[in-house]
Design a protein around this ligand. Sequence first.
Ligand code: ATP
Ligand code: MG
Length: 566
Amino acid sequence: MFFGAAMEDKKVNEERIPRNFITDIIDEDLKEGRVTNIATRFPPEPNGYLHIGHAKSICLNFGLARDYNGTCNLRFDDTNPVKEDLEYIRSIERDVKWLGFSWSGEVRHSSDYFDRLYGYALELINKGLAYVDELSPEEIREYRGTLKEPGRDSPYRYRSVEENLALFEKMKNGGFEEGKACLRAKIDMSSPFICMRDPVIYRVRFASHALTGDKWCIYPMYDFTHCISDAIEGITHSICTLEFQDNRRLYDWVLDHISIEARPHQYEMSRLNLEYSLTSKRKLNLLVEKGLVDGWDDPRLTTISGLRRRGYTPASIREFCRRIGVTKQENTVEMSALETCVRDDLNTKAPRALAVLHPIKLVIDNFGEDGVTVDKVTVPNHPEKEDLGSRELSLSKELFIDAADFREQANKQYKRLKLGYEVRLRHAYIVKAVSCEKDENGNVTCVHVEAVPNSIGTDVEGHKPKGVIHWVNANDCYRGQVCLYGRLFKVPNPGAEEDFLACVDENSKEIIKDAALESSLKNAKVGDSFQFEREGYFCVESKDFVEGAPVFNLTVALRDNKKTQA
Ligand code: ATP
Ligand code: MG
């Protein structure tokens, strides 16, 4: 409701990527006439949901296309039929759109090019640059050598072109079991770059592919597929992460040796690592499979879908990507950097509301007496944004306040309600605590106060309340569920732990079943976000949403240091 697609789209088009080493390269390429139109691509492997690391790549690739009036393709790198799934494809498309971007033309797939890739493999064989190897995968690894030792030639390396063509045909026709034969590029077994030591470019896999079904039982490898797909699509700047730096040699080698005109170039940037989160689909998948989280969109995950369910806005994620920038330096970004972005965005957009998370009764003993008869106040939805309108809050003799906002005794630092002292009820009366009631365990259940007559919206001489606390009307509020989230992991770098699953903090989710929320919140819809004053930003939980009975998820606390976990 508050984050309409139209508003987002407009903004994304106004944004600009801050200058970085890739924009420098592009500017130079344009100036020198090496390229005229910028074409980028975002190439996810559909083996999981997208995470915040992918957002960095999306913002860069789609952002460059926007900034240079170019194009950006969405291409599924679907060369591994075993791990891929239509559910992932749909979620990735949705996440890219949600972030505010649109790809050029149809969605592409590496598998769209399987016929052409096969043709290029034949070309390499015909040129004596590829051979069918019958070493086992273990032997191939052994023959490959190490960083210190050169590799050794496979005994199958010097087969004739005819023999290779026949064997590759046999591979394609299902004549080899998995692992019994593969196609390798014939490059250099003593190259200092291990990826150049006759890399495997095709392997046998008897698996149905999500799109090509059972047409193929041989599948091209990433390094062979990616550069050719880029060339087929006319990509000019192919951006990946630093792990692929060495593979750039192979990227170029393949394109140098096949008949294809277009000449894309690969550039590497550092990947995003974010504290307290995992940026590996494989590891995220394990968390989901083991049931340690509530699906890929668990609000504690920094998947795009988890962040969405948590109440992050697309604009806040894009802003985060803008702030972290694009470099070649590996580093780890603090979680607070991401949180600051959503806080900044919601601060300007989210209407305010009153919500008492741990309610205790507050009884205004003199309610109904002279000067204490107001039972309705009209309050602005946002302190600075008049266009967000106003709403009515009802008052009665019985209110709820948060248990943490009352103490019988406290020192001067305690700016909330204590016996004998005054506070202002937000948007309402100044009240003075006169007594309290407790249960058998000594917990305060009810506070009695005297309201200062005629003190709504105005100072009253002789009364200097020390602080402001929030409240809701006990007789007219929505008793609903609120979920508080902390960090999913107990350690800042779970990915580096031997057993990251053991680092999951079981207390990272707290469900408050019976919060007392101002009555208007009952009508909140999926997509709505609010600032619960003095608490934080909350959104409506999208999962199992019931009209008239929304559940609220904590997006982020108001301040960095504020502990919202009980
Ligand atoms: P994962 O390990 O999560 O599967 P990946 O790199 O294998 O990551 P892909 O689906 O192949 O995932 O990634 C699609 C694009 O997103 C690639 O261009 C990749 O470089 C980029 N990308 C993935 N993770 C990050 C990250 N942490 N930071 C920046 N870019 C990333
Ligand atoms: Mg991958």
